[in-house]
Design a protein around this ligand. Sequence first.
Ligand code: FES
Length: 96
Amino acid sequence: MEIKKVVVSLCMGSACHQFGVYGVLPVLRELLAQSGYVDRVEFKGAFCLGPCTEGIVLQVGSVQITGINPQTISRKFTQKILPAIIKQSEAANEPS
Ligand code: FES
């Protein structure tokens, strides 16, 4: 059975650029690679996702995670991003 992937979109819009998205991107790629879930994720760049004032924005499926910056990315990954990926991946791949 083919695994359904969870779409993870990192905002590359101008506000998120100002907050340091290009510093976050390689760290996020590395964290994803180490997580064991990289095969379950379709990772994309996105245009403005909406809440520009709340720090860099990442969307996991339909869940937005804000307040990301180069200092918080590791903590946000452990506390919010990876749990959202696991939850949505399990939901998308439940046997019917
Ligand atoms: S530029 Fe990233 S949310 Fe608007």
